[in-house]
Design a protein around this ligand. Structure first.
Ligand code: HEC
Length: 348
């Protein structure tokens, strides 16, 4: 296999793509044309994919390949593809093994303006880590130097460009790629696109090729992201958390121990919402629960207000310690003079 697999064989199927993040614009499979838009600064993209190719000689592909992209600094993305490759020739045995590793760096040197496209480059280097003799790798270092442009117009995005592949080895030729893609976001998460690309000959006896390609991408995490965004943030959760903490105090003081237990239980439940919608804060909340809410429950079970009062005051230190530690030293819980709930705090 002398060209990059994607470009040299008919793309028969692209299997499930699992991803954590996706730009509104889509480049990469099912498209051969690329774009200049790097992954956002400090964001990751992780894909697990499988590619299948079919021609006269049989099947080949990757199963799976792992692709990782990371926005290292603004406008620069580092890129890795680590594939498990296979060949299943029609007339000989199937072979499996680690394939050629792809490394790259996408750099956008001109950002998009009202009237001008964004421009970038995405040099790739294919390392011959796959076993060439068994057909699992090219056996040579290959290098691609491209220029990519992109411009958006409302729901439409168009990108393209071209580059030059250095392709050493007997019977191999350096070759060129140019391509252009047009896509439209039909509705949130669904993108339809089409591209046309041309490749020059990469091996002796080969022939130049022009291809049309259509693709459809559905980002099934888009709906989930929308759902996550309308969940209450920690600020909203904390208002209830604070109220329940206050009311647990007055219920315990009034001798309504069941209500005190109920308020702490509800505080734990709303805290779980906070842990789910704001995962980075989850560890701190769990630690707080164990260190400060558990002793409150013990005191409530014992119906011991002195013990409860002591644990409650320690808890206030814990609340405000976390606020200060998270960069909110001005958010300081103080026990209100009266309960915030209209419920009776008296022992029924
Ligand atoms: C794991 C850390 C953590 C712990 C523990 C914690 N908080 Fe908070 N709290 C926060 C953060 C962070 C905010 C700021 C909210 C935001 O991010 O918008 C906050 C905000 C608040 C607010 C202000 C809400 C508003 O917007 O008006 C109250 C009230 C509050 N916390 C009460 C408490 C009480 C009472 C406790 C203890 C029983 C507690 N918190 C424990 C992290 C914590």
């Amino acid at each position: 296999m002398t060209k990059r697999m994607l470009m040299s064989r008919e793309l028969v199927a692209t299997a499930i793509w699992i991803f954590t993040a996706v730009n509104l614009v889509w480049a990469g499979p099912p498209f051969a044309t690329d774009d200049p838009e790097p992954v956002e600064y400090e964001h990751w993209e992780v894909y697990l994919a499988s590619r299948l190719f079919h021609d006269k000689s049989g099947w080949s592909g990757t199963s799976p390949e792992l692709e990782v992209n990371y926005g290292t600094i603004p406008n620069l993305q580092l890129h890795l593809i680590a594939p498990v490759s296979f060949v299943a020739p029609r007339h000989s045995a199937r072979l499996f093994g680690y394939g050629d590793t792809e490394l790259g760096a996408k750099y956008r040197f001109f950002e998009e303006t009202e009237s001008l496209p964004q421009v970038g480059t995405f040099p790739l280097i294919e390392l011959p880590s796959g076993d060439h003799k068994r057909g699992l790798g090219s056996g040579h270092v290959q290098v691609f130097l491209p220029i990519w442009l992109q411009k958006g117009f409302g729901p439409w995005t168009t990108y393209g460009g071209g580059g030059y592949w250095f392709n050493p080895g007997n019977d191999n030729h350096d070759w060129g790629f140019i391509g252009w893609e047009l896509q439209r976001e039909v509705f949130s998460g669904l993108i339809l696109g089409a591209e046309i690309f041309h490749e020059t000959t990469s091996e002796t006896g080969g022939h130049p090729d022009t291809k049309l390609n259509g693709g459809l991408i559905y980002d099934f995490t888009e709906q989930l992201k929308t759902l996550a965004n309308i969940q209450p943030g920690l600020g909203t959760v904390m208002i209830e958390y604070g109220d329940r903490y206050t009311n647990a105090y007055y219920a315990a003081k009034g001798g309504n121990w069941d209500l005190a237990a109920y308020q702490i239980k509800e505080a734990r439940e709303i805290q779980e919402v906070g842990e789910t919608t704001r995962p980075p804060r989850a560890a701190g909340l769990k630690a707080f629960e164990k260190a400060y809410l558990d002793p409150l429950d013990v005191a409530i079970k014992a119906k011991n207000f002195q013990q409860f009062d002591k644990a409650f005051k320690a808890g206030i230190q814990g609340c405000n310690g976390c606020h200060a530690g998270q960069g909110f030293p001005y958010i300081k819980y103080e026990l209100p003079k009266a309960p915030t709930s209209p419920l009776s705090m008296k022992n029924p």
